[in-house]
Design a protein around this ligand. Sequence first.
Ligand code: CUA
Length: 358
Amino acid sequence: MMRAARSGGKGRERVSQPVEVRWGRNTRRAGGSVLLAGLVLGVGLLVAGCTAEQPDIFRPGGSAGEEIRQLALQIFLILSVVLIAVWALLAFVIIRYRRRPEAEASQTRGNLKIEIVWTLIPAVIIVVLFILTVRTTQNLALPDPGAQFTVVGHQWWWEFDFADQGFKTANEVHVAARRQVSADVVSTDVIHSFWVPQMGGKVDMIPGRVNRVSFVPLEEGRYLGECSEFCGAQHGKMRFLFVVDSPEEFSAWVRAQQQPAAAPEGAEARAGASVIATVGCSGCHAVRGTSLKGTFGPDLTHFGSRGGIGAWALTNTPDNLLTWLQDPQAVKPECLMPRVALPLAQQKQLVAYLEELQ
Ligand code: CUA
């Protein structure tokens, strides 16, 4: 479950507080090695200050993630056996053959049998690891039905272009469970990398090249997606929400996304619609069904239905949106969104309008 961030305080103070984005975890059985999960969690906590709600590659929600988890466990088991065997031998030798006053160390140089054994054992282990890895790689290669949508990497946000269905969205995408996802991944500026840890492996997004990512989402739920290739100052704030719906929910989502923007109803929102049409937002943003047709920044047609602002730099609440409009550079330094220099009343009208874009 994803909870909105609490927003306390006003203005810029709020920005410096960590955003409490609690990424969903599916209800799949806790499989795999408890020891391994503990190790990974421990390392994760040390390295990144993670919380338990962070994504967990040992609880995959997709076909590729499951394949990779199995491979990781197999390799972990094999290498654990090697490690324990080496430790046991070492302990045995240290104790059994420790230095005694009368003894001279035995010489093994030139012992062909030993040379063969300790060359063969690592070679066999490497061959086994190689076979397991090749098998996993083959299993990851799914038949190619053609791309359903295109993921475009920008510094620092995600565009999801459903050209066949006639809509674009940003930083949040839905797919249907148990149906193969096949998407083209591209970039408009630098190299990014598409990664939904619980779905599977990373695919680089390279300017001038079209790569393909394919997997079958198995478990319905909400997953964190992130950029896994360093791409500049805000690489860490380049995240997206990857929602695996039931097929019915997915169809409903597509139908909703295909709709043009709803006409604003509240007085504030109606005023905001006039403001947004006149202050230059259209230079970058589109709101389908209005005069805003910019393509440089995220499509805002259904902005109010999304959970995040600025590729999840903030969770989407009216307070946070106001903060964002007033000073995007304080939230996400070097991003391309300029501050919206307007009187507070008009900024609030913009917020009301954008939040009504469900
Ligand atoms: Cu985009 Cu890192």
